[in-house]
Design a protein around this ligand. Structure first.
Ligand code: LLP
Length: 411
């Protein structure tokens, strides 16, 4: 069985340095073998279940293809993700579109796609969404997203299970399920997601969510095909953090779910891709600031928003030949004109201009949350597979950033 955690020290520094020389920095690097290992560990822990990869964590084409080939279904949060999943070869019966307050264009697309591929499942989290689907003539495979009233996660901004934005309150689910059935929808599943970045400490919340879903499945919807308990399986972001005991989570899940005559579905995103990716960045500026050493690198919050957004910690390793430079406390900052554009404070071999650094766990919610703020082109993604490597997404140019500009004709 593969190691449950891959740390920065597990990456081949020489190979990463070559990639940075060839492709420039910042650069996302994603290791597909590690993605496969992570998938295999998840599939082993939940052998009787369906694993649907939550594409929002990383939609690189090679990542989607790798996971589809490994046997994963794809959970999609938007029309764009559904399009990507299908074009990566995901069989439509293994694609689920989880509509969260869906824009009209998304629903138009989803209904059109479901007409072509009736095996596609659409998950609705509000009666309005069901109405809007019906108005568009959809009566296909429908899953109801439930708000179980229990949330969890690494930050309040990623806790969804008790956030009224997501799903219908679990008490109302029986009525809505019956109603959808009467209206002629093919009601196939119920869905809930507690939150993201669940650690061992959140196990009680996880158990509670699963047990409520089990109860709902038993009492009100015996004909369901599946019970989907969402994703959120955490990964260690700190180098000294222990990985999640997946077997314990799986045991707790089975026990809490109880007997249900439906397939259990799990939707991991981060767990499959986070530690399989690093963000390479080079030091451009080093300056003393009081007792501090401020180290300016060429990656910032536009490439990895998580520290600025959730105070998230990402480990950093220097890949430079640092000899006996000694360890210093460095505040690592990006090139964006924002005070929040800071990765954090790190004990690093005394950084110097030109040093290459690797930022860990950038494989999940890195590129996906990247923006062109400050008119900065987004970096390339290189994928590795054993000896092979390829540019999965090329680096944007300033022309790309300006591509959509039209101006006002009278000016
Ligand atoms: N299923 C549903 C319905 C979700 O909403 C999510 C995440 C997942 C699965 C996958 O969660 P994961 O296994 O990746 O934790 N940008 C934040 C995470 C937001 C996730 C939102 N939904 C972060 O960087 O921590």
């Amino acid at each position: 069985m593969s190691s449950a955690v891959w740390r920065l020290a597990d990456w081949d520094a020489g190979r990463l340095a070559e990639l940075a020389d060839t492709h420039g920095t910042p650069l996302y690097v994603q290791d597909l073998e590690r993605v496969r290992e992570n998938y295999a560990r998840m599939a082993d822990a939940f052998p009787e279940s369906e694993v649907m990869y939550a594409a929002k964590a990383n939609t690189a084409e090679a990542v989607l293809t790798t996971l589809v080939e490994a046997g994963a279904g794809i959970e999609c949060a938007s029309a764009g993700e559904v399009e990507r999943a299908l074009s990566a070869g995901a069989p439509p019966e293994r694609v689920q579109y989880t509509a969260v307050n869906p824009p009209a264009d998304d629903l138009d697309y989803a209904v059109r796609t479901a007409r072509e591929h009736p095996e596609l499942t659409i998950t609705a989290g509000a009666r309005d969404t069901i109405d809007r689907l019906a108005e568009r003539g959809f009566s296909g495979r429908l899953c109801l997203r439930v708000n179980p009233g229990v949330g969890a996660g690494h930050h309040e901004k990623v806790s969804t299970g008790a956030n009224a934005k997501f799903g219908v309150p679990i008490e109302r689910a029986p009525e809505l399920l019956a109603e959808a059935d009467e209206r002629g929808f093919d009601v196939v599943g119920i869905h809930a997601h507690a939150g993201s970045g669940i650690s061992g400490e959140d196990l009680a919340a996880h158990r509670e969510l699963v047990s409520r879903m089990g109860e709902l499945a038993r009492e009100t919807a015996p004909d369901l095909e599946f019970v989907d308990i969402g994703g959120g399986f955490g990964v260690p972001y700190r180098e000294d953090e222990e990985p999640l005991d997946l077997a314990a989570v799986a045991d707790a899940t089975r026990e809490a779910l109880g007997e249900v005559d439906a397939t259990l579905v799990v939707e991991p995103g981060r767990y499959l891709v986070a530690d399989a990716g690093v963000l390479l960045t080079r030091v451009n500026t080093v300056k003393p600031a009081g007792d501090e050493r401020v180290v300016g690198v060429d990656a910032g919050m536009t490439h990895l928003a998580r520290p600025a957004m959730y105070d998230a910690h990402h480990a950093i390793r220097s890949l430079a030949d640092t000899g006996d430079r000694g360890i210093v406390e460095a505040t690592v900052t990006g090139p964006i004109c924002e005070s929040g554009d800071v990765f954090g404070s790190y004990a690093l071999p005394n950084p110097a201009r030109g040093d290459l650094l690797a930022i860990g766990n950038a494989g999940a919610y890195g590129y996906e949350m990247a923006s062109q703020y400050n008119s900065r082109p987004r970096p390339a993604t290189v994928v590795l597979d054993g000896e092979e490597s390829a540019v999965d997404r090329r680096r944007e140019t300033i022309e790309d950033v300006m591509r959509l500009d039209r101006g006002a004709p009278w000016l």
